[in-house]
Design a protein around this ligand. Structure first.
Ligand code: PEP
Ligand code: MN
Length: 337
C-alpha cells in the first residue's frame, strides 16, 4: 500500500499516522522526495482500512497494491481448493460436478421425481429452494421448513447430497442435515449472515450479487473464511446490465479472472444467468470451456406449471442431453482422492 502525503506535512502528524499503522502490525517505509513524502506500507495490509488512512489531514492519496483479501487470495494459497461434499464428493482442483434440481421444492412427488432423474444423468448434488427470495411478496415464497424436510426425504431416497438457500441466520437450525448452504445473489453482502456461516463447518455456495464486482464477491468469501470456514464455492450467476433480452448477462470472463485471483472453486449457473431454457446448454458449454469447476442447472419435470422459474428450467430429458454433452468435454468426477 502506498500513501502519498500532502506537501510539507506536519512531522507530528506523520508520527501519529505511522504509529497507528505500526499498531496494526504492518511495517512502514518512508521515502522523502524533493517535493513529496511517500509512505510504503508493507506486510499484511488486508487489516488496514483505507478510509481510516484518508481521515489523516496530511494524506493526499492512498493506493492499494495488494488485494484486501487474504484467505481467499491465490497469492497465499497457490493450490486449488478442493471442497468436500458429504463423505465422497469433491468439487474444485480438477473435480467437476453438475448440480441440478428445481428452482423450488413444490411437493414430495416433484422433488423425488426430479432427484431420481438427475441422478441417472450423473448428478451427485440436488438443488432445490425451500426459502425463496422473490421480488414480489405475492409470489410463491417456498415451502420453507416443510421444503427442507422434503429435500431430506429426497436425499434419503436417492443418496444425493443437498444444496439449498438460507435467507436469514434464524433459519440455520433447519440446515443441520443439508450438505451445502447456498447464499443467494441477494444476500451476497448480508455480512451478519456471512459471519455466522463462517462459524459452521459446511460448504457454502456463495452466489455473486446482481451488481457486485469480483472483488466484492471475494471480500464476501473472506467474511466466511476469516470466521474459520474455508469451504467456499463461488458461483457466477449473471449480472445486471442494460441488456433485456436475457434475464442477466453471464460474465464468462469472471471464470478465468477468478481463477487468477483465488484458489476457490467457481461454478456457473446458466439458468439464472439467462432466464431462458434454450440458452442453458450453450452457456453451460461456454462456462466449461472457460474453466468452470461445475454447473448448477434448474430442472423441472413440468416447467410450464413450475411455481418458480419455469421458463429457464430444463426438462429431465433435455437435462440428460446437456449432461451427456458436458461429460464429453469435462467428465464428472465423483470420487474423492
Ligand atoms: C436460486 O438459485 O434459486 C436463486 C434464487 O438464485 P440467485 O440467488 O442467483 O438469484
Ligand atoms: Mn430459480
Amino acid at each position: 500500500m502506498i500513501i502519498v502525503l500532502k506537501k510539507s506535512p506536519d512531522l507530528d502528524q506523520i508520527d501519529r499516522l505511522t504509529d497507528w499503522l505500526k499498531s496494526l502490525g504492518v511495517g512502514i517505509h518512508l521515502s522523502e522526495g524533493a517535493t513529496q513524502v511517500i509512505l510504503g506500507v508493507i506486510g499484511d495490509t488486508s487489516v488496514v482500512d483505507i478510509d481510516m488512512i484518508r481521515r489523516f489531514d496530511i494524506v493526499e492519496d492512498v493506493k492499494r497494491i495488494q488485494e484486501p483479501y487474504k484467505n481467499a487470495n491465490r497469492k497465499f494459497h497457490p493450490d486449488d481448493l478442493i471442497v468436500n461434499i458429504g463423505s465422497d464428493v469433491s468439487l474444485g482442483g480438477g473435480h467437476f460436478q453438475m448440480i441440478a434440481g428445481p428452482c423450488s421444492v413444490e411437493s414430495e412427488e416433484q422433488i423425488c421425481l426430479i432427484a431420481e432423474s438427475v441422478k441417472k444423468s450423473g448428478v451427485r448434488v440436488l438443488r432445490g429452494g425451500a426459502f425463496k427470495p422473490r421480488t414480489s411478496p405475492y409470489s410463491f415464497q417456498g415451502l420453507r421448513a416443510a421444503g427442507i424436510e422434503l429435500l431430506l426425504k429426497a436425499k434419503e431416497k436417492t443418496g444425493l447430497y443437498i444444496v439449498t438457500e438460507i435467507m436469514d441466520i434464524s433459519q440455520l437450525p433447519y440446515f443441520e442435515n443439508i450438505d451445502i448452504i447456498q447464499v443467494g445473489a441477494r444476500n451476497m453482502q448480508n455480512f451478519e449472515l456471512l459471519k455466522e456461516l463462517g462459524h459452521t463447518q459446511k460448504p457454502i455456495l456463495l452466489k455473486r450479487g446482481l451488481a457486485n464486482t469480483l472483488e466484492e464477491l471475494l471480500m464476501s468469501a473472506e467474511y466466511i473464511m476469516s470466521g474459520g470456514n474455508e469451504q467456499v464455492i463461488l458461483c457466477e450467476r449473471g449480472i445486471r446490465t442494460f441488456e433485456t433480452a436475457t434475464r442477466n448477462t453471464l460474465d464468462i470472463s469472471a471464470i478465468p479472472m477468478l481463477k487468477n485471483l483465488t484458489h476457490l472453486p467457481i461454478i456457473v449457473d446458466p439458468s439464472h444467468a439467462t432466464g431462458l431454457s434454450h440458452l442453458v446448454h450453450p452457456m453451460a458449454l461456454a462456462a466449461v470451456a472457460a474453466g468452470a469447476d461445475g454447473l448448477i442447472i434448474e430442472v423441472h419435470n413440468d416447467p410450464v406449471h413450475a411455481l418458480c422459474d419455469g421458463k429457464q428450467s430444463l426438462t429431465p430429458q433435455i437435462f440428460e442431453q446437456v449432461a451427456q454433452s458436458i461429460q464429453q468435454i469435462r467428465p464428472f468426477s465423483w470420487k474423492r482422492e
